[in-house]
Write a protein that binds this ligand. Structure first.
Ligand SMILES: *Cc1c(COP(=O)(O)O)cnc(C)c1O
Length: 451
């Protein structure tokens, strides 16, 4: 029988996360304080994050134990299946073996709960009663609402106003899990009031919503803030994906030649990729590791590697990363989770050191790939996930030309059932493409913090 799903038994789920900081050939550049521009210390972060998460952010330990309470919740949907994409292979007529890790099985429909759950847990352990966060299309907000409902924490979500109005279903999910969701800019914070005074019709942005959520957490004793991507501890929580994959490809008697994932802030990419980067660094493996971003918001392929602000208001830490500038307004592509001006410091560092590759793909090509996937494998994927599918298909088609039987592994970061309007726009021929203008990079450079 030719197996399709590689199912890891619950008792073989990894019990620690992998921290790549232990194995980096050069250490990560430190974060800087947004005002003093001096290296950030734990005390600077304590008003916002649980102490355990701050420790994880800078830890040099190779493996960090996953608490039992977190493992218990993970088991609601983990281990997630690894699929052999036999129907897609057949449709493409490729000798390549294509595998995808299926993160759609979490209740929120993506990989994001892998970090939301431990973040909510550590905050609850440290006596925090309330969290704040921002969300764009609602994938992170709904994942954190889910996590907070497991651990009985109150949650306030600042949701970018245009999405709040256009994507009501994610808001309803958040409310089903007891999250309180308001459109950002809101009247609840200073940052929001200032923005609304200047423009009562302000559509909002992720950078502005971050400023509101951070301000809310800073001004309340019982409240912390949670971020869904970018930070080191978030990427580390996501390594459960890659660690499971390693066991599952072994069950299949294979090892990947190429590992692919889409990259917005870099968390699902880091999560699947870092355990394989480990094998490249430590076990003499030679796997190609490819991050895929939209050509409209191409931080890794067109950005500058520099210290930059994480948000619009300049309240979040300054990080060394590939960036398009903190004031860059990404065009309204449907892959909302990939519209961030920067890239996680770890992914940026790996790219700078030549340990990973990056590819930018345009929106039309990603939806074409998404439909090829839906019409072979059956699953309808998130617009973000379609970026990874695009490159996996391209690599498989190259194998058809050369006759090589490469093993291709990609992360299926989530489902697309709340994104059917985007599919509809594509299918009716109305979807437009956005290319990042090459002269924009100078603007990004001009807006960097003076150090
Ligand atoms: C949020 C999201 C992404 C992008 O975020 P990363 O932190 O780069 O992983 C990708 N896919 C899905 C389904 C998402 O919800």
């Amino acid at each position: 029988m030719s197996t399709i799903k590689y199912i890891l038994p619950e008792n073989e789920m990894p019990t620690s996360w992998y921290n790549i900081q232990a194995d980096l050939p050069e250490p990560l550049p430190p974060y800087l304080h947004p005002l003093t521009k001096k290296p950030l210390g734990p005390d600077d972060l304590a008003p916002l994050f649980a102490m355990e998460l701050i420790k994880q952010e800078v830890s040099q330990e190779r493996y960090i134990n996953i608490p039992d309470e977190v493992l218990k919740i993970y088991r609601q949907f983990r281990p997630s299946p690894l699929y052999r994409a036999r129907l897609l292979e057949q449709m493409l007529d490729t000798p390549a073996h294509i595998y995808y890790k299926f993160e759609d099985v979490s209740p929120a429909g993506s990989h994001k709960p892998n970090s939301a759950i431990p973040q909510a847990y550590y905050n609850m352990k440290e006596g925090i009663k309330r969290l704040t966060t921002e969300t764009g299309a609602g994938q992170w907000g709904s994942s954190l609402a889910l996590a907070c409902s497991y651990f009985d924490i109150e949650l306030k979500i600042y949701m970018v106003r245009v999405s709040y109005e256009q994507k009501p279903y994610r808001r309803m999910m958040m409310e089903a899990w007891k999250g309180k969701c308001v459109p950002s800019p809101s009247l609840d914070t200073n940052a929001g009031r200032v923005a609304l005074q200047a423009d009562p019709n302000n559509p909002g942005s992720l950078g502005l919503a971050i400023s509101e959520a951070v301000e809310d957490a800073m001004t309340r004793e019982d409240t912390h803030y949670a971020l869904g991507s970018v930070l080191n501890h978030v990427l580390m929580h996501q390594t459960i994906i890659g660690l499971e994959c390693k066991k599952q490809v072994e069950m299949a008697g294979e090892y990947p030649d190429i590992v692919i994932a889409c990259a917005g802030g870099g968390s699902n990419f880091g999560g699947i990729a870092m355990p394989f980067v480990h094998d490249n660094l430590k076990k003499g493996k030679n796997t190609r590791i490819v991050a895929v971003e939209p050509s409209s918001c191409p931080s890794l392929t067109k950005g500058v590697y520099a210290y930059d602000y994480g948000d619009v208001a300049g309240m979040a830490p300054i990080a060394k990363m590939y960036t398009l500038g903190s004031h860059f307004m990404p065009p309204p592509v449907h892959a909302g989770g990939l519209r961030y001006h920067g890239m996680s410091p770890i992914v940026s560092h790996l790219h700078k050191l030549g340990l990973i590759e990056a590819r930018a793909v345009n929106q039309l090509a990603t939806f074409e790939a998404g439909l090829t996937f839906a019409r072979s494998e059956g699953f309808i994927s998130a617009p973000e996930t379609n970026h990874a599918i695009r490159v996996a298909i391209d690599e498989a088609l190259k194998c058809r030309e050369t006759g090589e039987k490469k093993v291709i592994l990609f992360n299926h970061s989530g489902y697309g059932y709340f994104d059917m309007t985007a599919y509809d726009t594509y299918m009716s021929g109305k979807l437009t493409d956005y290319e990042y203008p090459s002269d924009k990079v100078q603007e990004a450079q001009a807006g960097l913090p003076q150090l």
